[in-house]
Design a protein around this ligand. Structure first.
Ligand SMILES: NC(=O)c1ccc[n+]([C@@H]2O[C@H](COP(=O)([O-])OP(=O)(O)OC[C@H]3O[C@@H](n4cnc5c(N)ncnc54)[C@H](OP(=O)(O)O)[C@@H]3O)[C@@H](O)[C@H]2O)c1
Length: 254
């Protein structure tokens, strides 16, 4: 299979690219940090032929156009596209910082939908292709420190639902995966023994390739608990966040 992944330089996207390449698939990945991509390419020496990496900022139309043109030139039409790149930019700290809020949207929402716009016509002509949006339980419950992250993930999940209603067929699919806490750089809080790893999250994404359009959740128990906790009144959530903030600050200082 040919798979295109955004955000392959670290965390879940990196683990996903490594696993797919090891399974013999062809992978084209993008991210912004050139030196990190170079290192990754070198580390996968045996499979270099099936592994193409491009520097690309998914929040920039020009940067996306450039990579899209390269893919066209090399006739790389993916079977599966994993829209994984994201940032969790803090935008609340005494006030709301709109620039940071917008950055969350430009990467997490526009930086995903920009690839749908690019590839949907070809997928429709071929009547086959799978788009996978990597969303978050933050789509259901606003997060600590960033309002833009959770708002952008809610928008991404809803946009994918809309795309599915408009375009999906048995073989043209829109899958949305909502992750709970995964032990990567993006997770802002404390970690704990047994916390899900990037490799486990990548395994879940690969298993979703054969599923129907729709919403999927990982890890099972914690995403159910988050979904239930999202129904709590705001004052209870605010109390929980205050407690969490104290614990988070003490962990970050240690
Ligand atoms: N970790 C969690 O607890 C958690 C929970 C729920 C959902 N998720 C979701 O899982 C996905 C993967 O996150 P992760 O935890 O693996 O985080 P991560 O390790 O921080 O990885 C994020 C990736 O996105 C790339 N990226 C960021 N901005 C980009 C841009 N403008 N253009 C291109 N690439 C960009 C980063 O690479 P560069 O910096 O090199 O560009 C990096 O490779 C995200 O969609 C995240 O929202 C994670």
């Amino acid at each position: 299979m040919k798979i295109f992944i955004t955000g392959v330089s670290s965390g879940i996207g990196r683990a996903l690219a490594i696993e797919l390449i090891s399974q013999g698939h062809s992978v084209w990945g993008v991210a912004r940090r050139r030196p990190v991509l170079k290192k990754l390419h070198t580390s996968m020496q045996k499979h270099n032929k099936n592994f193409i990496l491009s520097v690309c900022d998914v929040s920039s139309q020009a940067s996306v156009n450039q990579v899209f043109a390269q893919m066209k030139k090399r006739k790389f039409l993916p079977d599966v596209i994993v829209l994984n790149a994201a940032i969790n930019q803090q935008d609340v700290n005494k006030s709301l910082h709109l620039d940071a809020f917008k950055q969350n949207f430009e990467t997490n929402l526009n930086g995903a939908l920009i690839w749908v716009e690019a590839f949907l016509p070809a997928f429709r002509r071929r009547q086959k292709g799978t788009f996978i949006a990597i969303s978050s339980m933050a789509a259901y419950r606003p997060g600590y420190m960033s309002t833009g992250y959770s708002a952008s993930k809610a928008a991404l999940s809803n946009a994918f639902r809309g795309l599915s209603i408009n375009f999906s067929t048995k073989d043209l699919k829109f899958i949305t995966i909502h992750f709970g806490p995964i032990n990567t750089d993006l997770w802002p809080g404390p970690t704990w023994p047994g916390m899900s790893t990037a490799q486990q999250a990548a395994g879940f994404i690969i298993r979703s390739f054969s599923k129907k359009s729709g919403n999927y959740y990982f890890p099972f128990i914690i995403t159910r608990l988050t979904w239930l906790s999202a129904k709590l009144p705001n004052n209870v959530l605010a109390y929980g966040y205050k407690k969490y903030k104290k614990r988070f600050n003490s962990v970050s200082k240690s």
